[in-house]
Design a protein around this ligand. Structure first.
Ligand SMILES: NC(=O)c1ccc[n+]([C@@H]2O[C@H](COP(=O)([O-])OP(=O)(O)OC[C@H]3O[C@@H](n4cnc5c(N)ncnc54)[C@H](O)[C@@H]3O)[C@@H](O)[C@H]2O)c1
Ligand SMILES: O=C(O)C(=O)C[C@]1(C(=O)O)C=C[C@@H](O)C=C1
Length: 366
């Protein structure tokens, strides 16, 4: 799509990643808008956008596609402003918000000859800001679109075409259904993660031992508590009814567990964990979406000082980031195994290639 224009409002993690994904597939000029001028300048210097807009209205005016990527309460304000603004006839406006009902209810562009289609790429990170943006952030993730009955099929296809570079899997859903599902698998777990962190903090242990020992499991289950608090405050406020219902269900579940422990009901405690394990084990592991997925690579390493920094150095030199590294127990025939965790299949493949070029043996699990 040559000579086309895209406007991305909100130059953070998601806006930046969408802009990069669009750049991969289209020769469009991308204009960025952000209230934080530093983020906007950074986006320009990183090559995420081509132009910094002076204002929301100026940025959106000539755009064929407008993507709103700000916290969800701000999304509603911005959509209202866009409805008062001059937009290009036939443009598509979309958003990336983690909630859909209030946003979609606030978007009526019919008088402007513009189509609004709500969207939510169901992958992300606890990091914020354009510096964390990646073109492949949504690779293999579900990308929910919420067209209404009146949205032409060709408009949905056009939007999917714009977003082709995300390599995401599009799925259509009604806004209400989206908020139910996202509440269950994303919004509510966030409350629990933050709650667990509060529980440790409030225990107020003087020797700080619990924080010091908080390792593996605790860090895994609470990673998302490090996410942007403004983003999550807004999500909770917009999905109020569903979250209140889920809190009620949770209390019932915890009361049940309280009783089982009180009664030392070993059979049913075992049953509770076994059932959870069976269900958890059936969830897709190599796909993003409801659950974040990671891509592991195993590397045989000799027992030699500096080997870890050599491996990480090779990856860093080639701009491949890893999100975790673990030294696994030594096997008899070789001296050590490093488990490297990548964010995407592409990163893992590239990482493996560069390490093999440096004569490391790499392999996947199983
Ligand atoms: N982070 C995730 O994992 C994730 C995943 C999918 C969807 N989302 C959704 O994406 C949206 C953006 O999240 P993010 O993680 O990119 O946040 P972020 O904090 O990285 O970026 C948000 C950006 O929006 C800007 N902004 C705020 N108000 C603005 C306004 N009125 N006008 C212009 N710019 C404004 C901020 O300055 C910031 O640069 C949210 O709606 C969130 O629910 C987030
Ligand atoms: O991986 C993370 O850090 C996320 O929290 C990503 C996550 C999620 O809950 O899965 C968070 C909010 C978004 O709306 C979509 C994805």
């Amino acid at each position: 799509m040559a000579n086309k224009k895209v406007c991305v409002i909100g130059m953070g993690l998601i806006g930046g990643s969408i802009a990069l994904a669009i750049k991969k597939e289209h020769h469009a000029e991308i204009t960025g808008v952000d209230v934080d001028k530093n983020q906007l300048r950074l986006a320009k210097s990183l090559g995420v956008i081509d132009v910094c807009a002076e204002s929301l209205e100026a940025g959106a005016k000539e755009a064929d596609l407008v993507v709103v990527a700000v916290p969800v309460t701000k999304t509603v304000n911005i959509l209202e402003k866009l409805q008062q603004a001059e937009l290009k006839q036939g443009a598509i406006v979309t958003d990336v918000g983690s909630t859909k009902q209030q946003i979609c209810a606030s978007a009526d562009f019919s008088e402007q000859g513009v189509t609004f289609i709500g969207g939510h790429p169901m992958a992300g990170s606890h990091k914020s800001g354009v510096q964390a943006a990646k073109p492949h952030l949504f690779e293999n993730a579900y990308y929910v679109l919420t067209p209404t009955n009146g949205t032409g099929m060709n408009r949905v296809i056009q939007l999917q075409n714009w977003l082709k570079g995300t390599s995401a899997r599009f799925i259509e859903m009604a806004p209400q259904r989206h908020d139910q599902v996202a509440g269950l698998i994303s919004h509510f777990p966030h409350i629990i993660a933050a709650g667990l962190v509060h529980q440790v903090r409030d225990a107020g242990e003087k020797d700080g031992m619990a924080s010091q020992l908080a390792a593996g499991g605790f860090r895994d289950i609470t990673r998302i508590a490090s996410a942007n608090p403004i983003m999550w405050r807004d999500i909770l406020l917009q999905n109020k009814e569903m979250l209140l219902q889920l809190l009620e269900d949770w209390k019932i579940q915890m009361n049940k567990m309280e009783l089982l422990i009180e009664e030392e009901d070993s059979e049913n405690i075992l049953h509770y964990f076994s059932e959870a394990k069976s269900f958890r084990d059936t969830l897709p592991v190599r796909e993003k979406g409801a659950l974040q997925s990671f891509y592991d690579l195993f590397v045989d390493v000799p027992d030699h000082p500096g080997v870890i920094s050599d491996v990480t150095g090779i990856l860093a030199k080639n701009n491949i980031s890893i999100i975790n590294i673990r030294i696994m127990e030594t096997r008899e025939d070789i001296t050590g195994v490093l488990q490297l965790t990548f964010r995407s299949e592409t990163d893992r493949e590239e990482g493996s290639r560069f390490l093999q070029q440096s004569l490391y043996d790499t392999y996947l699990a199983e």
